[in-house]
Design a protein around this ligand. Structure first.
Ligand code: HEM
Length: 185
């Protein structure tokens, strides 16, 4: 069941429809993205902070996480425009790691999906204000969905392999149990 982030990246590119033209467009707007990143980070953490559960994850351990995270968010945001190594293996490995970090902290789909929606919404407002093209909006939407899929898939992969490891069940048995469980819900 172990996921290969590199293969997963190319699968997602095809599924989401991220094209070479999208990549070129994102790169050409990398400077705009870099300028925008700190403001987007402010919106993002203000949004998380308004949710009591997410606020306690962010601020509950008293280690100044939000400050640390501000910087990591800025890097993450910029990487969507630069693609790091052309949206290649380094990009995939980085996205996979981000996914794993969130799984370890118990941050699941219910947190991550609305958080990504906030990013898309706030970027959308700035795209409009700065008279950017629909093509750029679409390209950004696609790369955000790829990044979201990495975090979501990490959750599924880690949970499944933890169960398999702990129980010694085969993957086939596990899938059958899930199918039966879903039927009875
Ligand atoms: C759009 C969705 C999200 C993105 C793109 C994102 C981005 C990131 C990145 C880039 C890191 C650093 C990972 C590393 O250390 O390698 C991180 C860590 C973290 N994120 Fe997120 N995040 C998202 C959603 C959330 C949500 C919903 C929460 C809920 C509170 C959250 C809380 C955290 C925490 C607590 C850490 C670890 C901080 C530490 O180092 O102590 N993130 N995130």
């Amino acid at each position: 069941m172990a996921l290969d982030p590199h293969v997963f990246m190319s699968t997602l590119e095809k599924r989401v429809g991220l094209t070479d033209a999208d990549k070129a467009l994102l790169k050409s707007e990398a400077e705009w993205g870099a300028k925008l990143a700190p403001e987007m980070a402010d919106h993002f953490y203000a949004y998380l902070g308004r949710d009591p559960e997410m606020d306690s994850i962010l601020n509950g351990d008293g280690s100044g996480r939000v400050h640390r995270l501000h910087e990591t968010f800025v890097n993450w945001f910029q990487e969507m425009f630069t693609g790091m190594d052309g949206w290649g293996n380094a990009y995939a490995d980085r996205r996979w790691r981000i996914g794993l970090v969130h799984v370890r902290l118990g941050i699941g789909p219910q947190h991550v999906v609305p958080a990504m929606a906030t990013v898309v919404h706030e970027v959308g407002k700035r795209l409009k204000a700065d008279a950017k093209t629909e093509e750029l909006k679409d390209a950004l939407g696609r790369i955000c969905m790829i990044d979201l899929a990495f975090i979501e898939q990490a959750y599924v992969e880690v949970s499944s392999s933890a169960v398999l490891q702990e129980t010694g069940w085969s993957e086939g048995l596990f899938r059958r149990l899930i199918a039966t469980g879903a039927k009875s819900m």
